[in-house]
Design a protein around this ligand. Sequence first.
Ligand code: CS2
Length: 493
Amino acid sequence: MTRLNDAALAALPADIAKPAYDRSAHGVGIVHLGVGAFHKAHQAIYTEDALAAQGGDWRIAGVSLRRADAEEALAPQDGLYTLIERRPEGPSARVVGILAEVVTAPNDRERTRALLTAPATRIVSITVTEKGYGIDPAKGGLDAARADIAADLASPQAPRTVVGWIVHALALRRAAGVAPFTPLCCDNLPENGHVLARLVRDFAERIDPDLAAWIAAEVPFPSTMVDRITPATTPETHETARRLTGFDDEAATETEPFSQWVVEDRFCAGRPAWEEAGVVLAADVRPYEAMKLRLLNGAHSLIAYAGAVAGLAYVRDVMAEETLAALVAAHQRDVARTLDPVPGIDLDAYQRDLRERFANPAMAHRTVQIAMDGSQKLPPRIVAPAMEAIEAGLPWRSCAFVVAAWMRFLSGRDQAGAELPLSDPLADMLRAAYASSGDDPDARVKALLSVEAIFPRTLASHYGFARAVTTDYRRILAGGVIPAARAALAEIG
Ligand code: CS2
């Protein structure tokens, strides 16, 4: 079968939407770092639709900071890819043309540098996951001791990391008298614009304080709330793309029908007409971020750890299990009490809609995919709301259950003895803490709660919280996740 590319556009079936603009007539305005499935399902689509509605030189050049897979898949396809939406009634597909080129930074530093310093590049957006930034887990700023960050600080002209590249590009632009771009963080971090601003400032201050002052004065770092559930691509994704479009597509991506993007409207050099594509431009993104991180991602982590340990492969399987589904609802209900009101959003309806999205029978979203990188995900999703709830005298009991399920997940085996992969930047530290406690479950909970990169001391030493985690952990070991969830639910009410 023929590969998807520019020549194929004319031969696509009539029901497959394709770029509603002339691809060659629009220049690049955005460089995106981290051209993975989530970018292709989310920011790329809003930009594709904004360009179709309003025009402008806002096509995207993708840059991969590590692996060459995206370039290898997309280059032979002229940057085109199929996006499949998994609806309960059956999949639909569209072909997306917004990517103008894809570069692998370690293999082509010159092209990467040229893209990042081009005057036409007015936005540099980023999706590299929580662990991609080099954040010091205990203090929040740049972790200068991390090997990749330390290497970039030692040779800032030859960066490898996101923060290193942004500072390098801004330094070159400043030296050449080119106006800066707006860096746009699109990862699931609370106040992600502020987080990135601080990392960039910390890095710049260490190499050139004048540059740091210029960045502080000239460069805005808008925050964003991003939302679209995007399972990892599988052979089934490629087969569906082939069946619906008639073409082979090595870059096919699948996602859910729902999508949401809330963006703080602070750009130093313009932006696409994203409002034409359904983006909410807001003065303050924080209430949306907290809502999404705690009610969607927090519930996702509960589903992931409980599900993976119980041997449930997909999110939808967990939602089909009555006790676990009830615990998800109770968790959302309780955590919602830590949130400020969110403009235009009914929080009860939001929670119901989320549970429907999780239950979508057409989505094969693996629990082990979400279970990855727990050390990075638990702090904003579970630890922060638990601490706020304790402080405010609100319920936090379900948060303790999530922590207990995560601890059980760290054993590396599910309840039937099947292997569970531990993929986490702190894996070595977690394995050491796990092993240090021998066979005593109480000691194990204590050892894991004292990992300060995840649990601040005030939470780890909170008697009621530590006791609840221990109770749940012991129950999971004794009788399995579902009976333990039932017992926790009875206490939660
Ligand atoms: C998930 C997110 O893998 C995970 O940690 O919770 O990727 C989630 O699917 C997205 O944030 C949804 O917008």
